[in-house]
Ligand binder design. Structure first.
Ligand code: FES
Length: 153
């Protein structure tokens, strides 16, 4: 079993861990993200049967929270701040240059599956924008060059 290959056994254990809690769906989804790196839509029927909720209800929750992914991210994830303070110091130009460097036309994952670029809206690093998170590490005064170098692109 790989970390990105949801299995009935693993999912059953995650469901059993939270089934009797009040509001079990969110903790189960968080555990699925940790175990599988994403929430495969193919798991919705099993989740729905276990929790007595519909596929639409599960989809509504998964699609509402940006941190829930229905496909695995790349090996590295760059979360580039797109909020106003960072825009005022070049975040838009940084984004364009980073997309050019990585071969992206929009936020998403590179064709080789190695790097995912996501938009975020304020990381609390406004004084040192443009700001980003590279995997879990905050970075200030980033450039396309510095970000690409950090993820080996
Ligand atoms: S606006 Fe970018 S970190 Fe706050």
């Amino acid at each position: 079993m790989s970390a990105t290959d949801p299995t009935d056994d693993t999912l059953s254990r995650l469901i059993a861990r939270h089934r009797d809690c009040e509001g079990p769906l969110l903790p189960i989804l968080h555990d699925m993200m940790e175990a599988f790196g994403h929430i495969d839509e193919g798991t919705y029927p099993q989740l729905g049967r276990a929790l007595g909720i519909t596929r639409a209800e599960i989809h509504g929750v998964v699609s509402f929270y940006h941190d829930f992914k229905t496909r695995p991210n790349g090996h590295h994830t760059i979360k580039l701040c797109r909020a106003e303070a960072c825009q005022s110091v070049g975040a838009t130009e940084t984004q364009s240059a980073l997309f050019d460097r990585l071969g992206l036309t929009d936020f998403g994952t590179t064709p080789d599956g190695r790097i995912t670029v996501e938009a975020v809206y304020c990381l609390g690093l406004c004084a040192c924008g443009p700001a980003a998170l590279v995997d879990t590490q905050p970075r200030g005064r980033v450039s396309a060059q510095s970000l690409a170098t950090e993820v080996g692109a």
